[in-house]
Structures are given as C-alpha cells and as structure tokens.
Design a protein around this ligand. Sequence first.
Ligand code: G4P
Length: 292
Amino acid sequence: MAIQWFPGHMHLTRKAIGERIKDIDVVIELLDARLPGSSSNPLLAELTGHKPAVKVLNKQDVADPARTPLWLDWYNARSETRAIALDASEPAPARRLIDACHQLAPQRGGMAKPMRVLICGIPNVGKSTLINTLSKKSQAKTGDEAGITKLEQRITLADDFYLWDTPGMLWPRITVPESGFKLAASGAIGRNAYDEEEVALELIGYLKQHYVPLLEARYKLGLPPGAVGDMQDEEVLEAVARKRGAIMAGGRVNLQKAAELVMTDFRTAILGPITLETPAEFEVWQAEGARQ
Ligand code: G4P
C-alpha cells in the first residue's frame, strides 16, 4: 500500500519564503545523498521563484560512492543548478558551498553586494548539523536585527556571504509510491504514517536487487553466497528475526522487531553505504507516476 502522508500545510513556510526570497541570490536545497531524487521537494523551485539552486547531497559518507557521481551529473545537467556532495559534519564544508554559489551568481560578492543565500531541506537531511558546523566557523546571528524574525537564522559565512535558514518546515512531497517508501526508510516522514514491516520489506526487496553482499555481511544468515537474493522478502525478514533473536513467547518470530532492526541498520549505515535510487530508476518512477 502506498504511503500517504499529509503532515500539515506549509502556509507559514510559503509566506516566510515569499517575503525573504526577493533578497536571495541562490537557494541551497539540502538532499539526502541516499535518496537524492525522493528527498527533493519539487515545490521548492516554485516557492523560490526558480532562483539558481545549489543541490547539496548530504550524508555522502553513508551513500553508495558509485551512485553519488551519477546524481551529481544528473543535477548538474540542469541549467542554473550546481550540485555538490558533502558530509555535514566534515570540518570545512563552507568553502565548497561558497564556491558553488559564486558560480551561480558571479555578479554578487564584495561588501557592497554580499551574496545572499537561503538554505532549505526536508526534515532529517542534516540541515541542523550542517548549520551547526557552519556556525562554529562563523558567527551565527539570530534575533534582534531588523527584518530577522525569531524563526529565521542568518549565518555570516564570509564578510560578503550571508546564509539564511528557511523559516518554518519544508515537508517532503511524496510524488510516487517508491519515493514514499524511501523517505520512510530514511526517517524523513512521521513514524505514524507508515507500517514499519511494510517499509522494511520494501527496503529488503531493494537491497536484494542491488546490495546482496551487504545484506549477507550484516546478517550472516548462513546461506550460500548470493542465495539471499533468491528468497522472498518475507523469508529474509523472518530469517533476520531468527538470527537476531527477535522471537516472541511461543517461539513465533517478531517481525515488527526485525523490521525495526533492518531500518535502524540502514539509517545508521551499519549495513554499509547504500543509495536507494539511481537517476534512471527515479525517472522511470516519475514517468509512471505521471501516466497514472
Ligand atoms: P535536520 O535538521 O535536517 O532535520 O537533520 P539533523 O541535522 O538533525 O540530522 C538528522 C540526522 O542525520 C542526525 O542523526 C545527524 O547526526 C545525521 N546527519 C546529519 N548530517 C549527516 C551526514 O552528513 N552524515 C551522516 N552520516 N549523518 C548525518 P540522528 O541519529 O538523528 O541524531 P544524532 O544521534 O546525531 O544526535
């Protein structure tokens, strides 16, 4: 069953972005490098008046290193868009962000024309972590300056470079069922919006197709190499439950517990570096979604 999630309206966000956007040169959209298509909110371009955009594929340390370059190329092929990959806790992410923004708005720079940037992202992509890292390197300014509400935060990354945090919440937008599952697996949507067992089975289904060695290495199910790829998703979840001692009174397997384990292993990257979609797959899902 497809995941439906209606987390609430973005009236305040829309209004606040609308008020700020006229003074913004570049919009940074933070994405989860493990789902760089599904974690993007297609409404953002509309909300920001199609300003030049830097797509930051964050959490690259836990994404598949063979797939991140495909996504960077995919985003870089768009006009007025630069894509970079980073790890929000890396010591000095600012330089690359600044360079990417200057490429998109070369007319801005210097004290008279400081670069003005808005940073956005759906929950859990690492925006707070990145802002914390950037703030340590600069002076985070909040509060009492004219025009800066409590909901906004302005960080001075360089004397001529201001970064504004998005006020309000940019909720993810589930455009196709596949994206819903990937967003749920990543932790970007509310826990009450999905069934963990269902999402874990979808996750296992994808891992069976693309990451069998990682599944085998993590769960050591005692099967011949590659055999896990031929099992049903439910059989794999059950085998994980038995292997990890998720057994209820009476000896029945606790599939709910096993589902939580698999999801946590993905989220914390104990399973290994994984990306849940390629640009080609994402394009196919979107085309199918558009036909329905
Ligand atoms: P948000 O503001 O966009 O909602 O996200 P936030 O910074 O709170 O980050 C969400 C989770 O992702 C946090 O983990 C954070 O540590 C982790 N994270 C952020 N950036 C990166 C990154 O580049 N690489 C990796 N591997 N993880 C990243 P958490 O488990 O929810 O919290 P905590 O245990 O770190 O406190």
